[in-house]
Design a protein around this ligand. Structure first.
Ligand SMILES: Cc1cc2nc3c(=O)[nH]c(=O)nc-3n(C[C@H](O)[C@H](O)[C@H](O)COP(=O)(O)OP(=O)(O)OC[C@H]3O[C@@H](n4cnc5c(N)ncnc54)[C@H](O)[C@@H]3O)c2cc1C
Length: 425
């Protein structure tokens, strides 16, 4: 049986059931593959619409990125509205923006409605590492208020930033009232419980080895098969070779997080007085926040080979000490990593293969909010209204260049250039 990889989240998870693996043949309306937020959200939304749903998870609920991430729920899309306007036009961009605001609402409402104990805290700070980044942030906040009617952001100069983050590293920032942070694994576990209450059957330890397409697809695992009307594939960066055509548009980038020992309320209050989540403005960014038991969780780094190097914990500690020098000698109790699902244009990749195989992937660092939305949109589509799903599905995605063998070295070269740009610009 597969277990979770060790992390602070696993060590502090809420108790829950272990679900048995699929055995034998099952017939259902929709088979969802993947027990991360996207799959769980789709399953919950479909069950609420009256569908019978079976969800198959290769390992455990929240085993993938959904149980390991920085816990920072961010509004919008990774590349910003200008990129979406350029790619899809202003009408689509406005529709997409409105849906991303809805995405964060979905998460907040689910936490409340299903009483999910996941340490939710509102507030996100985007912190500028350079004066030029701060200038661009101010312009962007003004543009979002004027053109998109988004007024939930407050610009912070250096002095105002200190009410949220006390660090010499930053030249100012923007506080987004629409963002916030949570315990990601406990949110995933709570979502699974909500889905089961709505009638979803979840099987863990049930890796899908084959999807036989057709009017009634057959989804196979080592010990069973599901015969269904629709499949929702939500395996994302962990999809492996189940659908090579989908894997080609995702670059699974490994990123890492450390958790300090508990530092006490006084220390964390002093460093991050308003208890927001924070990410910086570099392309290869640092992201950090407080935990409910007064640790600092500090994330960043990126391995484009998808592997963890032996020096990563030291690298992360160095980044944390650069941000908060007084933490230089504190004990780091946990270190873990996971795969982030990046697309070439950093926009999410939703679509369908044939009439009844739907896929959701490529949330490009904004997955906490967007996966929850994605599940709702695919449920609407399966129920017969694909209008909103298709606004996303029409976004064009290119495979990473080089094919399976070359794309990693090519991307590593490109990312070294971005790192250099972070240092020089
Ligand atoms: C370290 C880290 C930090 C991050 N920080 C943030 C953040 O702060 N904010 C944010 O918004 N996003 C963040 N992200 C990204 C975010 O976590 C993801 O976008 C999101 O969780 C993706 O959810 P998902 O359901 O699509 O995929 P996953 O959560 O990866 O779930 C996919 C599931 O599919 C299962 N699976 C794979 N293959 C099969 C198969 N053949 N059969 C059955 N099951 C299968 C896997 O076991 C896995 O559980 C971070 C990611 C990482 C790794």
């Amino acid at each position: 049986m597969t277990g979770y990889e060790p992390s602070y989240y696993v060590a502090s998870r809420n108790p829950g059931p272990r679900r048995h693996g699929l055995a034998g043949r099952v017939s259902t309306d929709v088979c969802v593959v993947g027990g991360g937020y996207a799959g769980l959200s789709a399953a919950l939304e479909l069950a609420e619409r009256g569908f019978h749903v079976t969800l198959l998870e290769a390992a455990l609920v929240g085993f993938g990125a959904s149980g390991r991430n920085g816990g920072q729920m961010l509004n919008g899309l990774n590349p910003g509205v200008a990129a979406v306007e350029k790619l899809a036009g202003e009408t689509a961009s406005r529709a997409i923006w409105d849906m991303t605001v809805e995405a964060t609402d979905i998460v907040r409402r689910r936490i409340q409605r299903h009483a999910i104990a996941c340490d939710w805290r509102p507030g996100y700070v985007h912190a500028a590492t350079k004066p030029s980044h701060f200038k661009a942030m101010v312009e962007d906040a003004e543009m979002m208020a004027a053109r998109y009617g988004y007024h939930d952001q407050t610009v912070l100069d250096r002095a105002a930033l200190a009410a949220h983050v006390v660090s010499e590293r930053y030249h100012g920032g923007v506080f987004d009232h629409g963002g916030g942070h949570l315990h990601p694994l406990n949110y995933a576990l709570g979502l699974a419980e909500a889905a089961e209450t709505a009638g979803v059957v979840i099987h863990e330890d049930s890796r899908v080895t084959e999807i036989q397409e057709g009017p009634r697809p057959l989804v196979r695992t080592a010990h069973g098969e599901v015969d269904c009307a629709h499949v929702v594939l939500a395996a994302n960066a962990y999809v492996g070779d189940l659908r090579p055509r989908l894997a080609r548009t995702i670059m699974p980038v490994a990123t890492f997080i450390i958790a300090t020992e508990p530092l006490g309320a006084e220390v964390v209050n002093r460093l991050m007085p308003s208890n927001p989540c924070v990410s910086d403005s570099n392309f290869v960014l640092d992201y950090f926040r407080r935990s409910a038991d007064h640790r600092i969780l500090f994330g960043g780094g990126a391995s484009y080979s998808g592997r963890t190097g032996p020096h990563e914990p030291m690298v992360m500690r160095g980044k944390m000490a650069k941000t908060f020098p007084e933490l230089r000698d504190v004990k780091v109790e946990h270190f873990w990593g996971g795969l982030v699902d990046i697309t070439a244009n950093r926009l999410p990749d939703f679509g369908r293969l044939g009439d009844n195989l739907w896929y959701l992937q490529g949330f490009s660092g904004h997955g906490i909010a967007l996966t929850n939305l994605a599940g709702k949109l695919v449920a609407e589509a399966v129920a017969g209204d694909a209008g909103r799903f298709d606004v996303f599905a029409r976004l064009k995605h290119r495979p990473f260049p080089g094919g399976p063998l070359l794309r990693t070295p090519l991307l590593m070269a490109a990312m070294m250039w971005f790192r250099l740009r972070d240092l020089l610009s």
